[in-house]
Design a protein around this ligand. Structure first.
Ligand SMILES: [Mn+2]
Length: 347
């Protein structure tokens, strides 16, 4: 899995206590893709977002903010030695996303203004989203084929669909743990087949996903609740219920156990940054009050691994804002933890 000789050589020559290197790598780590065991694929894409845009530059901002992190992870001894590498975000997809955005905005405005929107714009966007989905599937399938573990860095929340399809080719049965303010179960939201609000409506077309467990949900519609109930594969831990349990003295560890108990042995984690409290992601497109605290989220992720389950992949989505800002800093830390825990559960 990755070239272990060159990985060992880099580990020997690297000082994990040194200043954060500005070598363009995630947290200044010394590895290249060829010797990495875990590869992060950035997907700078932000086209179907309905409210605030700005997630397309999320991966670049996270990469930049990551130089502020220290490498020691108290939950995963010598985590940095696993060999983690994040690809530079693709400028092609970023440019394409930015070129499509004005049309998408015009389309959404027309729709919300009660006008009949231009169907040609919609066709054009759906076609581009389909090409992106296929690209993500091809790239992640090839990394998995080489025995590397993969995480996706969004971008809007629609981007991991191709990755889920690549995983479904290799795993007969797996569950998804989704941390999110939203259910994302809308069918073709605003006409976009691959809307960020439809990611799990689309993902559940895969029979290999036998369970979807949603945590932190606090902004949703009746149609989504009905879909979740009817699917027979969804368990929803609504934010208001989680908070009230805590007000009544239920320990978070007990709640996490109940959440983890819903999941099968192999678990994919879909982490929408807006699942966290909005002061941890103030620039995300669709922030909602309430939500999961930082250490609560970490504890939940840790509970998955400590239960003996395997993390087979993950995405971190909807991080927006500018370089150097708080959103990117928080996201870089979540990303490092997700990578380390996936490694811990699999390597
Ligand atoms: Mn989402």
């Amino acid at each position: 899995m990755g070239n272990s000789n060159s990985r060992a050589e880099k580990i020997k020559n690297f000082d994990p206590n040194g200043v954060g290197l500005k070598n363009g790598h995630f947290i200044g780590l010394p590895f290249e893709e060829a010797d990495a065991q875990i590869v992060l694929l950035p997907v700078p894409w932000d086209v179907t977002v309905s409210y605030g845009a700005g997630t397309a530059t999320g991966p670049a901002n996270i990469l930049e903010a990551s130089t502020q992190l220290d490498l020691l992870d108290p939950d995963v001894p010598d985590a940095w030695k696993m060999g983690l590498y994040m690809r530079p975000p693709s400028t092609d997809w970023l440019n394409r996303s930015e070129a499509l955005r004005p049309g998408a905005e015009r389309y959404i405005e027309q729709l919300e203004g009660g006008e009949t929107p231009d169907p040609a714009i919609l066709r054009h966007i759906n076609q581009a989203c389909e090409e992106l989905r296929a690209w993500v599937e091809t790239e992640t399938a090839s990394l998995l084929q080489g025995g590397q573990l993969v995480g996706i860095v969004g971008g809007e929340h629609s981007v991991p669909l191709g990755f889920l399809q690549a995983l479904a080719e290799r795993h007969k049965k797996f569950g998804v743990l989704q941390i999110d303010a939203h259910m994302d179960l809308r069918k073709a939201y605003e006409g976009f087949t691959y809307s960020h609000a439809s990611i799990f409506y689309n993902a559940l077309q895969l029979p290999q996903i036998t369970q979807l467990t949603q945590v932190g949900i606090r902004d949703y519609c009746q149609e989504e609740v009905a879909f979740a109930e009817k699917s027979g594969r969804c368990t929803v831990f609504y934010d208001h219920e989680l908070q009230r349990q805590q007000f009544n003295g239920t320990p978070w560890s007990e709640t996490c156990k109940a959440i983890v108990d819903t999941l099968p042995q192999e678990v994919y984690i879909s982490f929408d940054i807006d699942g966290l409290q909005p002061d941890l992601c103030p620039h995300t497109g669709t922030p909602v009050p309430g939500g999961i605290a930082f250490q609560q989220a970490i504890f939940l992720l840790l509970s998955v691994v400590e239960s003996g389950r395997a993390i087979i992949g993950f995405d971190l989505s909807e991080t927006a804002g500018l370089p150097h800002n708080w959103d990117a800093n928080v996201s870089a830390r979540i990303l490092y933890k997700l990578s380390n825990l996936m490694g811990k559960s699999r390597l």
